[in-house]
Design a protein around this ligand. Structure first.
Ligand SMILES: C[S@@+](CC[C@H](N)C(=O)[O-])C[C@H]1O[C@@H](n2cnc3c(N)ncnc32)[C@H](O)[C@@H]1O
Length: 149
């Protein structure tokens, strides 16, 4: 899965993700905040570009952010620390092999991840198994069919 990630993991991609996230803060996050004490899984957090906004909008939620790439997690850790955020746990993990007991989370958030997976439905099933009954999942993807060249 890691080698199949089309954008790769170089510094240019880190900048692209940070730029993308900063231009989309209002559009993507204006209606996303989680209650105090709730447990949130951010799946495929990349370099933490969305993590900072998630945590800032929900300062009393307990956010766990995972990515399959160890290098991205290390970058995300730097980003989160630089923003002075202490409510996020970062961990290298694969969506398809979640290292958490079933029903560990109240909410799942993922953004621009399913479009990179060969088995997006299986990914959603795996993430659903991590949710408590009544939990929610927020999925954001681009509509790449809307522009033609
Ligand atoms: C386009 S980036 C999006 C990152 C972040 N959500 C954002 O919006 O800035 C997609 C991320 O999904 C991660 N990813 C791909 N397959 C994964 C998997 N099976 N488990 C966890 N993360 C995965 C990639 O490593 C990459 O960091």
């Amino acid at each position: 899965m890691k080698s199949a990630y089309v954008h790769g993991y170089d510094p240019r991609e880190t900048r692209r993700l940070q730029d993308q996230a900063s231009t989309l803060v209002e559009l993507l996050h204006s209606d996303t905040s989680y209650p105090e004490g709730s447990s949130v899984l951010e799946a495929g957090c990349g370099v933490g570009a969305q993590t900072v906004t998630l945590a800032s909008n929900s300062p009393k939620a307990l956010i766990t952010s995972i990515d399959v790439s160890e290098a991205s997690i290390a970058e995300a850790r730097r980003t989160v620390q630089a923003a002075g955020i202490g409510s996020v746990t970062l961990r290298q993990a694969d969506i398809f092999h979640l290292p958490f007991p079933p029903a560990s989370f109240d909410h799942v958030f993922l953004c621009f991840v399913l479009e990179h997976l060969a088995q997006p439905v299986e990914a959603l099933r795996a993430l659903k198994s991590g949710l408590r009954p009544g939990g929610t999942i927020t999925v954001i993807e681009g509509d790449h069919g809307s522009t033609y060249f």
